[in-house]
Design a protein around this ligand. Structure first.
Ligand code: SF4
Ligand code: SF4
Length: 444
């Protein structure tokens, strides 16, 4: 039995898997592929980012060590691999700060995943980190196993350090930059997750160019910071939000300004998740991210002790689906509670959304942000609605042009050449009705 963990041994001495076995029949309600955000340290993090929505989840487990055990790890990796029908399985780690677990935890995770993979199944590993604890050993490990690393950076230091501080309130940018440099030196694939808040929303191009040019990012995800602080008031009242919250108008113009730069020089070279999702929606394809999909519920959160919640943004007692040590992951994801959660994204839309001309691309965005009221006083409108209307209208001409290229089996990146070759005094080919010189932020 050398090398076999104690937890693997049944009383009889035979080897059995830790945790429940896969059901004999896969639940019909379970989606063919789903995503799990696993949090091996729960909410524990070495930083104290002012807008982090996850840090206070520590209170769900009073007195806990917040350290995923070998048994839970073993059970989780086996279940997530055997629950997927696709040939590629992603194992995603998040936090809190997952690197606090130490390298040996992830070495074991990789080993377990390789053991669990069925013939023909490929495992992809991803980790979302603040990058401040990365070392050469980490970088070598991440490179060796082909990890895709998500690094949180909010733009140049002046904007990043506004809210991304450590436990003593000190700035973190320099430490993040060192971590990023290690990843680049070792050829680790990385993308940037950038939150857009009251501090950086007014400088979209400065932020975008910094991430693209200084951080070398070729994949960028912009996430709006939205922090409601009270129940919405009467119809027409603006909902109360924190001072860090980006306004709907700022969010809309942030996306529009970045888009205007991207569409004339970076298509096919820099992937901005919201733009990719919009292009997919305009082409009639699934957007690829839950917030713009009609329904959701296919991305659950796994806490350090094996508890599974409906979503990373709904880690609370009302959305606890069960624990993978008692019930197989595929049954939790396929449970009626989780299916209802996912369907509610569409079923609870106010009529204002159902009649909206950009519903097909927006779908009311994430339910966590639906605390505003419609002009007629109906509850459940997304706080960012006005920004999304602006954005989707602004990009519609360019999106239609790129969809047209796709339909003719041409790469969407050809839009850049089409715009560049149109005289500045002529109407822009994107169909905006403006002359080229006045379109796309006048960047041509
Ligand atoms: S609640 Fe929001 S973040 Fe969670 S799965 Fe649904 S759309 Fe995505
Ligand atoms: S833009 Fe506004 S009205 Fe339209 S679907 Fe989105 S949230 Fe609803």
């Amino acid at each position: 039995m050398i090398g076999v963990p104690v937890a693997l041994r049944a009383r009889s001495g035979t080897v059995r898997p830790v945790g429940p076995a896969h059901p004999a029949t896969r639940p019909l309600t379970a989606p063919p592929g789903f995503h799990v955000m696993a949090k091996p340290t729960g909410a524990i993090c070495n930083l104290d980012c002012r807008y982090c929505f996850y840090l206070d989840k520590e209170s769900l487990y009073p007195g806990d060590r917040f350290h995923m055990s070998g048994e839970v790890l073993e059970s989780y990796v086996r279940q997530v691999v055997e629950a997927q029908t696709a040939s590629v399985v992603t194992i995603a780690w998040q936090g809190g700060e997952p690197t606090l677990m130490g390298l040996s935890f992830f070495e074991r995770a990789v080993e377990l995943a390789e053991r669990a993979a069925r013939p023909g199944q490929r495992i992809e590993h991803t980790i979302q980190t603040n990058a401040t604890l990365l070392t050469r050993d980490w970088a070598r490990f991440l490179a060796r196993h082909g990890f895709l690393v998500g690094v949180s950076i909010d733009g140049p230091p002046a904007y990043h350090d506004l809210y991304r501080v450590d436990k003593r309130g000190r700035p973190t940018f320099a430490r993040v930059a060192r971590g990023l440099e290690l990843l680049r030196e070792h050829g680790v694939a990385y993308n940037i997750l950038c939150t857009v808040h009251a501090g950086n929303a007014g400088v979209p191009l400065e932020v975008y160019r910094f991430l693209r040019d200084d951080c070398g990012a070729s994949f960028i995800q912009f996430i709006p910071i939205v922090e409601p602080i009270a129940e919405p008031g009467a119809a027409g009242d603006a909902p109360a939000v924190s001072g860090r919250t980006v306004s709907a108008a700022e969010w809309g113009s942030f996306l529009c300004e970045v888009f205007d730069e991207w569409v004339v020089r970076d298509v096919g070279r820099v992937f901005v998740q919201s733009f990719d999702a919009a292009l997919a929606s305009f082409a009639g394809a699934p957007p690829g991210i839950c917030v713009f999909a009609k329904t959701c519920g296919d991305a659950v959160a796994l806490e350090h002790n094996g508890d599974v919640y409906s979503c990373d943004h709904f880690v609370d007692a009302d959305h606890l689906l069960g624990n993978i040590c008692d019930t197989h992951l595929v049954e939790l994801v396929g449970s009626s509670a989780q299916r209802r959660f996912g369907a509610a994204k569409h079923d609870t839309l106010p009529s204002y959304c159902l009649e909206c001309d950009v519903l097909f691309a927006c779908f009311g965005e994430c339910p966590k942000n639906r605390f505003a009221t419609t002009p007629s006083g109906e509850a459940g409108l997304n706080y960012l609605c006005a920004g999304y209307k602006t954005f989707f209208h602004h990009v519609s001409g360019s999106m239609r042009l790129m969809v047209d290229l796709l339909e003719r089996r041409r790469p969407p990146a050809e839009i850049m050449g089409i715009i560049a070759s149109t005289p500045r005094n002529e109407q822009c080919p994107c169909g905006s009705g403006r002359k080229v010189k006045a379109c796309h932020g006048g960047r041509r």
